[in-house]
Ligand binder design. Structure first.
Ligand SMILES: Cc1ncc(COP(=O)(O)O)c(C=O)c1O
Length: 386
């Protein structure tokens, strides 16, 4: 079981702070904005005499709220097609367990969200990586480049759209390729859309909009990012495929239930999503623009304009980004400040890949982002003179 590579350098960062160095955290996808007060008001007003287990598939009002939310974003689900999960994380694990026997394979596009590795270990499933390239902003390759990765043990394709760690949003045409492959090889499509609203330049197209894979698509979702409620741990698995829902429900029964208080607390958010999501997305669009503009001033790096989420993978003129990130946090300072960034190796399954790439998360305010980027720029100059 892998340790989270994102947290590896965190202990060093804490030690550095004790030495009086300010550390900008660009390493973790935990949004910094405040949670809507209605969440806490709902909790204060609950007054339940007994804090009971919720039903395994979710509290009925929470399921209805998810249904309303999905309808709002143009996806029609019935209540019995939705299972409330403990974050998107549990939805992904349930989906893997539901489509695979032990030792089966799921295709992922690398770089991918690093916890997929951990989820696959829990589910006893092998992830089979298909490489993407920074040269086209990590968009999907042609069908002919995906097909050779399919074998008799392949059960599905798992993809994040919009993507963590790259911020890429797949176009309708790219999704069509996946739909075509899923039809041809009878595969499930596991669409992780936890960043759905973080699409900055165009309309977002969901895999659920393709009728032809109605029975093969599984939607994996979460309140965490779009509502700034990562600690509430509320997600959902949704599918029109009754067998998948029945199977996921068995896993849900085995873990009894998702936290009752949090399920109730997020209902107002799901029932009225725009009010809460729009300001958050506007803030992240601003941050994306600030980062993209600043990157233009750093020599010899490779980058692109991320279309969504709140991440970017950039190529650096260094031989080993892990070494560079460690040096940044252990040894470097600029005006008594430094940054913590994530080496990209942890987002790849293929050894050696991502060795000169890092991921930045835009989870601090724009003024701080600018300072952090300046530190990276100065640090790169110094590192390459060493
Ligand atoms: C792509 C992606 N999927 C799923 C998750 C899981 O989030 P949660 O379990 O909080 O819903 C994350 C969290 O960072 C993520 O980036």
């Amino acid at each position: 079981m892998q340790a989270s590579p994102l947290r590896k350098l965190a202990a060093t960062a804490e030690a550095r702070k004790k030495q009086g160095i300010k550390v900008y955290h660009l390493n973790i996808g935990q949004p910094d904005l405040p949670t809507a007060s209605i969440v806490y008001e709902t909790i204060y007003n609950l007054g339940k005499p007994t804090l009971a287990y919720a039903p395994s598939a979710g509290i009925i009002q929470t399921i209805s709220a998810w249904k309303n939310y999905f309808k709002h974003v143009g996806i029609d689900f019935q209540e019995d097609e939705i299972i409330v999960t403990s974050g998107g994380s549990e939805a992904i694990i349930f989906a893997m367990c539901s489509i695979c026997d032990a030792g089966d394979e799921i295709i992922v596009f690398e770089p991918f969200y690093t916890n997929y590795n951990g989820f696959a270990t829990i589910a006893d499933v092998n992830l089979h990586p298909v490489p993407l390239s920074i040269s086209n902003g990590f968009h999907l390759p042609d069908v002919s480049e995906i097909e050779p990765h399919i074998n008799e043990r392949t059960k599905g394709i798992l993809f994040t759209n919009p993507s963590n760690p790259t911020g890429t949003i797949y176009t309708k045409d790219e999704l069509k390729r996946l739909v075509m492959i899923a039809k041809k090889y009878n595969l499930f499509l596991l669409s992780d859309e936890v960043y759905r609203e973080f699409n900055f330049d165009s309309d977002f197209y969901s895999i659920m909009n393709f009728e032809e894979v109605r029975n093969q698509a599984i939607l994996l979702d979460s309140c965490s990012k779009r509502f700034n409620v990562c600690g509430a741990r509320i997600g959902a698995l949704a599918s029109h495929n009754k067998d998948i829902i029945n199977s996921a429900f068995k896993f849900a029964m085995a873990r009894l239930s998702v936290a009752t208080i949090e399920q109730l607390a997020i209902i107002p958010l799901l029932n009225n999503p725009d009010e809460y999501i729009t300001p958050i997305v506007n803030e992240f669009r601003k941050r994306r623009d600030v980062v993209y503009e600043y990157l233009k001033t750093i020599p010899n790096i490779t980058y692109y304009k991320p279309e969504g989420a709140f991440y970017i993978v950039i190529g650096l003129p260094v031989d080993d980004s892990e070494k560079f990130c460690r040096w940044l946090i252990e040894d470097f300072e600029y005006n008594k400040e430094t940054v913590l960034i994530a080496p990209a190796q942890g987002f790849y399954a293929t050894p050696g890949k991502g060795a000169n790439e890092v991921r930045l998360a835009f989870t601090i305010k724009t003024e701080e982002l600018l300072k952090a980027l300046q530190i990276i720029k100065v640090a790169l100059e110094k590192y390459n003179k060493k």
